[in-house]
Design a protein around this ligand. Sequence first.
Ligand code: AHR
Ligand code: AHR
Length: 483
Amino acid sequence: SLACDIYAAGGTPCVAAHSTTRALYAAYNGPLYQVRRSSDNTTRDIGLLSAGGYANAATQDSFCANTTCLITIIYDQSGRNNRLTQAPPGGFSGPAPGGYDNLAVATAAPTMINGHKAYGVYVAPGTGYRNNSTNGVAKGDQPEGMYAVFDGTHYNGGCCFDYGNAETNSRDNGNGTMEAIYFGNIKVWGYGTGNGPWVMADLENGLFSGVNPGYNANDPTVNHRYLTAIIKGEPNHWAIRAGNAQSGSLSTYYNGPRPNVSGYNPMKKEGAIILGIGGDNSNGSAGTFYEGVMTSGYPSDATENAVQADIVAAGYTTSSGGGGTPGTLTPGSSISLRATTSCCTTRYIRHQNDQVITSVITSSSSSLDKSDASWIVRSGLAGSSCLSFESRNYPGDYLRHQNYQLYRQHNDGSTLFAADATFCPQAGKSGQGTSLASYNFPTRFIRHYNNIVYIASNGGSNSFDSATSWAADVSWSVDQPWA
Ligand code: AHR
Ligand code: AHR
């Protein structure tokens, strides 16, 4: 039995069940989410490979080939139609027309789940989903539980990457009008040990890491690549729990009375559902969501422990990193390319002043640096058996070589540009990751040398052709995109 079957057996059934990666009931065989492509503005539901199984990502890949798809609907598997759609303006307006928030790019958070490719919901700042007219979600001081699986390495200090219960008018209606899972490292309200990110409860006008506003010593920094995060609340009682979604059990970071400031007991929950934003539609936050549910009733720890075992059994793994599976090199996917040479494993291929270099990029890098280090995989400009890499923040500009050095340049439509901007992936020359052969100079591969990026041969007259550490320098880890 799957997560929502387990909650039902525990007497606290799901009233909302959202996932872009898998079924949350063994019997579910409906759509998981809907995408819309920019080429003709048509939509397509993405369903399951089988009842109770995993997302049929191939449907998305073929529908979205050579165009951009956005996630327009995240369906509710609970049968209550508590689906999530583009969040409307409220206390704050989003960047999209009419003050709506942006929709997530459907290919931006690729993952593997039990060996199947799937996509999460990649929330860049400005992105948000909401349902202000729900059915069966806790109101007032009614008990509820919720969990979500996030990418624990993707977060920021903006307000507020949340999943859970919020105001039905998208405005700040005062203390106690929300009860949602927060994940990130903002320190304006609560925080815990270390530098963050932390799992906290967004109860409105406060992210709480325990009974105190501000610091609570039992809420640790947690950044598992796949993170299970839990918040639950009932009259004058609530809890924070979390764990590694890939292995092991949950830890309890708080279990006690409502915060020791006024306005949170009793709670005044309103029953809207948010994803990626704050209750008042604050939309400066970032994160990645794979699945999450909300329940009716306060789930027992034992029920949640069984749900955690189901999440672990679902088998989330990254398609990037040491294995360097070229599977994420699918046209339409966004990626970042990380050096694997031991000097440089935190350095990514990025453009800067039109040149292409490697830079250290971390979660605290600026959004400009992150965008500069992110590329959209395209079918090869010179031939679809190979690939081209379009700049994330300069649409129409591609990675190309010229005099054997790499640059970001606008596609001028010429045959030479197409050839210079096309690279053919193969297994990494060092045995790790992926190597990218130049289409028109096939013995030359994308290589970093003194942090500048070239197409280099293994030995040759140019300094950057040096055979020393060539194999490692031409072997790249295909990672999740920074932006
Ligand atoms: O509680 C933190 C945030 O404060 C809420 O998400 C938002 O509604 C308000 O700005
Ligand atoms: O990078 C090698 C060659 O140099 C490119 O094909 C061409 O653009 C330039 O002459």
